[in-house]
Design a protein. Sequence first.
Length: 158
Amino acid sequence: MAKTLWLLRHAKAVSSAGGSDFERPLSDEGRAQAKRLGERVKDQNITFDIVLSSPAVRARETAEVVLQVAGLQVLITYDDRIYEANSPKLQDVISEIDDAKDMTLVVGHNPAIEELLQFLTRQSKHMGTAALAKIISEETSWRQLTQTTSHLDWLAST
């Protein structure tokens, strides 16, 4: 079956203010963005077979809020490689997904999320905080995702 890859850039986080980048939580605006996105996911009956997320606090919180508001019971797998990843590293992570899973959500950071979107779709699109992109591939294996078989179905911002 064809694969659908959802790319989500984490919602807006507080500024570092001397703390570590990894530990930055969502701001009030970021929480509101994640809730709006969760409502959109719910309204459009979007489901995911698997959720892969950066373990950074802002990415974890984004994934958790979106799924909670959408009413989805999906296990989130936190992968250290997604934090500070580049596009090739994200491709490595995605290539390891079980091919029995057809709908995958990856929650991460820029610039890697935008770079992967551009690589797979040949389209340069800005992904602000809490932006969600839907990429459809004709491939039946996650290891096979390429530019020639993937296209951007839509891109939503909050």
